[in-house]
Ligand binder design. Sequence first.
Ligand code: 48F
Length: 255
Amino acid sequence: MDEVTISKAIVESYFKELLAATELDVAIAGAGPSGMTAGYYLAKAGAKVAIFERRLSVGGGMWGGGMMFNRIVVQGEAKGILDELGIGSKEYQPGYYVVDAVEAVATMCSQAIKAGARIFNLISVDDVMVREDDRIVGLVLNWSAVTLANLHIDPLGVKAKMVIDATGHDAEVCRIVSKKTSTGVEMKGEKSMWAEVGEKTIVENTKEVCPGLIVAGMAANAVFGAPRMGAIFGGMLLSGKKAAGLALKGLKGRK
Ligand code: 48F
């Protein structure tokens, strides 16, 4: 294979996927644990779903476990998701499991892709598209390199019937929506660490915050003013699964 053939293979196959992602059932911002779990369940249910991740690597805050000790804790309520994805776990004490963070990210990513979710790394969500009825109808994207280099280059937009904000602590999509639209979304801001409360509220706070926009993972607690929880991840997985269910319901409502 010569260099031109290699170049053509890359350009053709990448842009075919990107073109297909310009009209989606569900667009997810952020490929952390909540975004990838949502992507997996949506793809498994047959939705056309893409995840846009700003960084080179997927996995968000999960790779490093707690303080760079690459283990995470998952509670019993989310053990079924670990088992379904094929992520190994060891019971530490009744109801709490220890998981290798690297295995968790790698397996979750692989399962989401195998289920049919498309993951685009190195692409940042810059803005949303909104219509008269205050419905969020898509994401505005730019290459992360453009943002990092602070270049003034206009972005592109992709349409989606439902959008999920899974951007973590900064809840970037909801923050933009709260500032730039009249949807009524408000950012209360994340509170200091309280694992037990944070884990419970994160699932409750996983909601459709305005028509077409669902918030999941740590972003959900950031929007609704609930605590952070540290390296316990059951809530992230359950939140991602709940977000997928809400998005599927939203899709049905729009058919
Ligand atoms: O931060 P992140 O892992 O969010 P999460 O799924 O999980 C939170 C936990 O990792 C941890 C925690 C556990 O107790 O609190 O922090 O809620 O993943 C968010 C991903 O979104 C990407 C970011 O690089 C990360 O990989 N991201 C953030 N903003 C953007 C983005 C953006 N504007 N465009 C694209 N990706």
